[in-house]
Design a protein around this ligand. Structure first.
Ligand code: XIL
Length: 403
């Protein structure tokens, strides 16, 4: 064999090898920014969160008209197999006066999800925020009686849960009815519901109505800070009482509006252990991990804000913050997988960091204690989700699918 034949053979061999390697890397299509250490999951960009977690639990996202009608929509279909209407099924928006129901948006979400074989969580049937204010007034503008209020609650739940019977697989029946304070004897939030009913009867009633309206739907009690020791105990007492009274309840929604350092793994496990010891399932219903940390020490040379505490100077999504967020997400999902037999859904509250309900909160804006609006802080973006402002997967994403 002369030199030119050898060279030809070698170069065609090389060509073959190059093509084979290219084909292999095309098939694997490994993204550059994947987490590389101890990878056991086959990283494949055609898979979405829902696919990585197919053997564990559905992965959901809160949706709005804006997300269904814009570029979020394709991402929702690719990554998630459960949706929760962010606002469109709440009492006030869906039932603004006695004989008026706004079905348009809620129907659209249900149709969208059904046509894409996506599960639907209903949110929510009874809450003290975004409430239907008309329910609290009697026929002549006087405060409503307990009897009439419960009758209205029943009509509301029968109508809404009845309309979506068989389509909504789980409902947040009562939202945030537990008090936030440190007094452990004060279990219930002093909401309009509580005051008018002169106690917590509305909670039990709401569950019974929901079960009657849709006997196959799974029924959840939903709240935030469910891992904090004091609130955890209060929620536990509420759940125990419901179970003792044979109220039809399937599980607890832990909202999971979390921070970089909160909850601790220990508190998260304790919350899960307590709830599951009652025979209840858990859904993480509104997950996000904000980068905004409250701080009460005044910065040097700055005047205290109203209330004495100072806003936190926040530098944005720095590498340090990013690393902490990755670690917190990883910790959470490591524990979620360990509790897979008890966890029946993990849902994110909004699609990407482009727009989160937490952005710009604080600084005197109102918006509910779950957002931490009562804690002074500089008003910044929260960057709390797994997709960035350009809807691209963040490193935190790879940290939860890389197991
Ligand atoms: C939030 C929505 O995301 C916002 O758009 C709205 O302005 C206020 O409510 N706990 C809940 C959710 O149960 O319904 C809240 O959703 C966030 C806190």
């Amino acid at each position: 064999m002369d030199f030119s034949t050898v060279a030809k053979k070698a170069s065609s061999g090389l060509l073959f090898l190059t093509i084979a390697l290219m084909a292999l890397s095309f098939v694997q299509c490994t993204p550059k920014h994947q987490v590389t250490s101890s990878t056991t999951t086959l990283i494949n960009p055609d898979k979405g969160l829902k696919d990585y977690y197919r053997d564990y639990f559905p992965i959901g996202v809160a949706v709005s008209m804006a997300s269904l009608h814009g570029p979020d929509s394709a991402l929702i279909v690719k990554e998630f197999n459960s949706v929760t209407p962010e606002n469109d099924m709440k009492m006030g928006p869906i039932h603004p006066s006695e004989n008026v129901y706004n079905w348009k948006n809620a129907d659209e979400i249900v149709d969208f999800a059904t046509s894409h074989h996506i599960k639907i969580r209903g949110h929510n049937l009874c809450w003290h925020n975004q409430e239907a204010a008309w329910m609290f007034k009697g026929p002549n503008g006087e405060p409503v009686t307990k009897e009439l209020l419960l009758q209205r609650l029943k009509n509301h739940i029968f109508t809404v849960a009845g309309r979506y019977k068989g389509k909504i697989y789980a409902w947040d029946v009562v939202n945030e009815a537990v008090d936030d304070g440190d007094d452990t004897t004060q279990i219930y939030r002093k909401s309009n519901w509580y005051k008018i009913c002169n106690g917590p009867d509305f909670i039990e009633a709401a569950f019974r109505y929901a079960h009657e309206a849709d006997p196959d739907a799974k029924l959840y009690y939903n709240d935030y800070n469910s891992e904090h020791p004091v609130k955890r105990e209060k929620i536990y007492k509420l759940l125990k009482k419901l179970i003792e009274d044979h109220v039809p309840i399937d599980g607890v929604g832990m909202q999971a509006h979390w921070k970089l350092n909160d909850p601790s793994p220990n508190d998260l496990r304790k919350a899960l252990d307590e709830v599951t010891s009652l025979g209840l399932k858990v859904q993480f219903t509104e997950m996000d991990i904000t980068i905004r940390l409250p701080k009460s020490t005044p910065a040097p040379g700055t005047a205290p804000a109203a209330g004495g505490a100072m806003p936190t100077p926040e530098a944005g999504y720095t590498p340090e913050v990013e690393a902490k967020q990755i670690a917190q997400y990883k910790m959470a999902f490591d524990i979620f997988r360990q509790y897979r037999h008890f966890i029946t859904n993990v849902t994110f509250w909004n699609v990407s960091d482009r727009s989160s309900w937490l952005d710009w909160r604080g600084g005197g804006l109102t918006g509910g204690a779950a957002a931490g609006v009562n804690t002074p802080r500089e008003v910044r973006k929260a960057y709390p989700l797994l997709f960035d402002e350009n809807r691209q997967r963040k490193k935190a994403y790879w940290s939860v699918v890389n197991f």
